[in-house]
Design a protein around this ligand. Structure first.
Ligand code: GLN
Length: 196
């Protein structure tokens, strides 16, 4: 059975567990680095990226998560999770995991639009996807191997680079589980390759 870990240091991790379970995969909340051995893919949830980073440092997750990804295990970052995956953060010298070739801007939709919902077309994944944005970042630029999956108002809000997936919004807060399902399929594919 495919097991998806959800990093459970801060943020919307319980909702991700519910969404993973709705796809039929097994979900576990990851709070200790040893648990990375028991999972096939990892979701880094939304929340507050600076707080999650502080806890990543406190529980010594930074290198183990990087290694987990480098070994070919898929990682999905949503909202704050996207910021944690990025290799460049606009206006900041601080990069967190830095495993994905994207440049992000935090709180990018401005104060007037702290949170909103939009119907998105996510390439190869879903049409009319009900996306919930909460103090969301967007992606300002992507590297040549990174595929743009969705835009909102002209801004990139979902992208994939090999086994790394990221989105600006919260795909776990509604009953639309198609993006989570896409990630579970990425994990199943990676599992086959890693088993060879
Ligand atoms: N604005 C938050 C940050 O910069 C992200 C918001 C979210 O994850 N909903 O970390």
């Amino acid at each position: 059975m495919t097991t998806i870990g959800v990093l459970g240091l801060q943020g919307a991790f319980r909702e991700h567990v519910r969404s993973v379970e709705a796809t039929g995969a097994k979900a576990v909340v990851v709070k200790r680095t040893e648990q990375l051995k028991e999972i096939d893919g990892l979701i880094i949830p939304g929340g507050e990226s600076t707080t999650i980073r502080r806890l990543i440092d406190k529980y010594e997750f930074l290198e183990p998560i990087r290694q987990f990804g480098k070994s070919g295990n898929p990682i999905f970052g949503t909202c704050a999770g996207l910021i944690l995956l990025a290799s460049e953060i606009d206006g900041s010298y601080d990069v967190h995991l830095g495993v994905m070739d994207i440049k992000v801007r935090r709180n990018a939709f401005g104060r007037q639009r702290e949170s909103f919902e939009a119907d998105l077309d996510i390439e190869g994944v879903a049409e009319g996807f009900n996306a919930v944005f909460i103090r969301a970042p967007y992606i300002e630029g992507v590297g040549e191997n990174t595929k743009v999956l969705a835009r909102y108002d002209g801004h990139i809000v979902a992208a994939q680079e090999g086994h790394y997936l990221a989105c600006s919004f919260h795909p776990e807060l509604t009953d639309d589980h198609r993006l989570t399902d896409h990630f579970v399929k990425m994990v199943e594919e990676a599992k086959k390759t890693l088993a060879l």
